[in-house]
Ligand binder design. Structure first.
Ligand code: ARG
Ligand code: ZN
Length: 469
């Protein structure tokens, strides 16, 4: 940035016209332009997200052709246009988006074609004219190509996972970039519109509300709109041979479930108590944070569930405990998201704790029993070696992040008492709604709600390895 400013200054001096709006670098009023950062600054995933701008909205228009003929190879094809509403926070002569694989055909910024290059997972865009801080622009990326089976840092399938009859899309932590150009970090939440076109007979399910579907020439376009801010890892546009089931909870919350027609009825039996669960968690955590809810139950392709916003995705079957877990994430993780991936215990600890209290409420094990089960793990077990509040990039989904995280919350409840813990459980999602928060924010709120110094407690439970005594 500085080098560029100096060049400008030198030119102005040589031209001998230092007046009329041309000031020395560093003087106020001189627009300096530079490149945005290639990452959001997350220590675990330095290139996830980007700097220099905020995305406020994504409009994703995707034509998808699943593998044909099934079953092998598991490759589909995608033709897409992503239109991003971008507000620069700095004067930018260059900025990055995250995009892995696929081919970019064109990038248009404010109606003008922009130069771009690809560098691993980074799409580097050079807009002309340059972009001014605070002046929103639209960035339109036309792209497409072959979809496959991307994997995360631990080797698990994630992102746009091509299946025999469609796709299962689950991006945590930074797999959204496998299917659209994105600022792929929870600190850059945005609203979304989806228009997903698939062969007639298939259903595309995304986050938020179903706006409609239209069929012509053998294809169906499914339109979904997600009007609440969403972290990119929670976006989905899964495609399958789904039956759509719509209903409403007694409180009027629309439910839209998408169930793979090839699954046996038991696969979705765990969804039966969804409405009661919503009511129960509203009592614990405050009002349900979004405008609709529901589930996607697809085949065994990815082998895990994800709390995709308003519409969690399940692989093979939705168990009652998992359904409670993914529902609790809507408050704990989706509305309040981790500011850094190292804070993930705030998601998984809360969601696991929530499944404990749901089980107790529903006549199963008490939370005390679930806590005791964790504390029965021998002190020399590797389980106790995970530092819950800093599990490392390959430890995001370690068992301890979930169950030691949940045990931490249960122990905190014993420590600060029912009333302070109840207030904490409601204030946490209220204060940081539609935003992100850190472990330090959580500790501060727990101290505020309880009036206690909890430094030693949190040191033992989440900042140190070893079994708490
Ligand atoms: N957050 C998900 C859950 O707790 C797990 C996601 C696992 N993701 C992965 N890339 N392995 O339900
Ligand atoms: Zn979870």
């Amino acid at each position: 940035i500085r080098a560029f400013g100096s060049v400008l200054f030198a030119v102005a001096v040589v031209a001998g016209s230092p007046g009329a709006g041309v000031a020395a670098p560093g003087e106020p009023g001189v627009p300096r332009f530079g490149p945005g950062d290639d990452g959001a600054g997350d220590p675990y995933f330095p290139l996830a997200g980007n700097g220099g701008y905020d995305v406020t909205h994504y409009d994703l228009d995707i034509d998808y052709q699943p593998p044909d003929p099934a079953p092998a190879p598991l490759e589909g094809t995608m033709q897409a246009v992503a239109t991003l509403s971008v507000t620069p926070t700095e004067n930018l002569d260059q900025f990055n988006l995250d995009l892995r694989g696929l081919e970019v055909e064109s990038v248009v910024v404010r109606g003008r074609p922009a130069r771009f290059t690809r560098d691993d997972g980074e799409l580097v865009v050079t807009p002309r004219p340059k972009m001014h801080a605070g002046r929103p622009v639209q960035v339109e990326v036309t792209y497409g190509g072959t979809t496959g089976r991307p994997t995360d840092i631990e080797g698990a399938l994630y992102g746009w996972v091509t299946t025999r009859d469609g796709a299962m899309v689950a991006n945590e932590p930074e797999g959204a970039s496998t299917w659209y150009p994105v600022s792929d970090h929870p600190t850059d939440k945005a609203t979304y519109d989806f228009e997903i076109t698939v062969p007639e007979g298939l259903v595309a399910v995304a986050n938020g509300e179903l706006v409609g579907s239209r069929t012509s020439d053998g294809t169906t376009t499914w339109t979904w709109s997600s009007t609440e801010p969403m972290a990119s890892y929670l976006s989905t546009a899964s495609v399958g041979n789904y039956e759509l089931r719509t209903s409403t909870t007694p409180d009027g919350l629309p439910l839209i479930d998408a169930i793979d027609r090839d699954l046996a009825p038991e696969a979705s039996a765990g969804l039966a108590q969804t409405a009661e669960m919503v009511e129960f968690f509203e009592g614990e955590f405050g009002p349900y944070p979004f405008g609709s809810y529901g589930a996607i139950v697809d085949d065994d392709s990815i082998g895990y569930a994800l709390e995709t916003q308003t519409r969690p995705i399940y692989s093979r079957r939705a168990n009652e405990g998992t359904v409670a877990h993914e529902l609790a994430h809507q408050w704990m993780g989706n509305s309040v998201s981790p500011e850094r991936w190292g804070d993930i215990w705030l998601n998984e600890g809360w969601a696991t704790y929530a499944s404990w209290i749901w089980a107790e409420h529903d006549g199963g094990d008490t939370a005390q029993q679930s806590f005791d089960d964790v504390m029965a793990i021998p002190a020399d077990d590797d389980f106790w070696q995970t530092v819950v509040a800093d599990p490392g990039p390959t430890g995001l989904f370690a068992g301890a992040v979930y169950s030691r995280g949940a045990a931490t919350l249960y122990a905190l409840r014993q420590r600060i008492g029912e009333q302070a813990f109840g207030e904490l459980s409601r204030q946490w999602p209220a204060r940081f709604a539609d935003s992100t928060a850190t472990t330090a924010d959580f500790e501060a709120l727990a101290e505020e709600m309880s009036g206690q110094d909890l430094g030693a407690f949190f040191d033992t439970w989440i900042h140190s390895p070893g079994k708490p005594t």
